[in-house]
Ligand binder design. Sequence first.
Ligand SMILES: Cc1cc2nc3c(=O)[nH]c(=O)nc-3n(C[C@H](O)[C@H](O)[C@H](O)COP(=O)(O)O)c2cc1C
Length: 273
Amino acid sequence: MPSLAFTVAADRCIQCDACVKDCPSHIILRQGKIPSISPSSEENCIKCQHCLAVCPTAAISIFGLKPENSLPLTEGILPSYQQMKTFVRGRRSFRQFRNEDVPVEQINALLADLAHAPTGCNDCDLTFSVVDNRASIERLLERLVTEIEKESNAALPEFIVESAAAYRRDGTDNFFRGAPHLLIVSPGSKATCGQEDAVLTLSCFDLLAQSAGIGTTWCGILKLVADAVPGVRAILGLEPNAYFYAMMFGLPAVKYARTVQRDTAAQIRRIKG
Ligand SMILES: Cc1cc2nc3c(=O)[nH]c(=O)nc-3n(C[C@H](O)[C@H](O)[C@H](O)COP(=O)(O)O)c2cc1C
């Protein structure tokens, strides 16, 4: 394993031990004036960069990353609870999209943000597969339906058969809901919590994209089709049994005027220990 390149600027370190206390692997020690990581414990680093993030004086660099290249988290910069509450309640699943692609630069910027979603053990072992434009998703949709049609109807859930028939009948798209883009997130073999990583990364995308004025909808139907129709994963460029989840997105053609009301939708129970 290459060195972590953990360095502490002696003139900036105030010996507060914030890095020592926050390291999840407890490998940062302060034996003299300056915190350090012994070479023998470097392999226990999970590469979370908490040491770089927590240092109040920007004294720490790791993996060659300079603290001044991080976004500063100054007072009041994060959204308030009131803002987040309205956002979580006000985000929606969009099923009407404008006939316009999201610029690829904006998609790339969102994907860079998305790489900040947490993963179990900070494995960061995910692949983001993206459909960049309407022409590509239309080709994908046609191939998907053709693949479904090769299967015997009896072997498939009825809604998949009906969705394929509706597409052939009049072009109705119950698969991607007319969205011009799709994001598939799939974990690699090194991921400790791969399925959870994939789903919560998409959940972050849902919020991120909607904050940028882009409509999203979870694409559970694609997962169900891929599980029922063997050739579909190959069309998506995925390994035969690979786990994935997907979300469609695009510029919305609908605006919601208010939130829905489901405060009591979940059952709440208390664990007394
Ligand atoms: C895991 C998951 C899979 C979903 N799959 C689909 C889908 O394939 N097609 C679709 O139109 N909506 C899909 N949805 C959207 C749900 O129908 C939607 O979240 C629900 O009706 C609540 O609406 P809201 O998201 O606007 O609050 C999915 C949602 C989730 C969480």
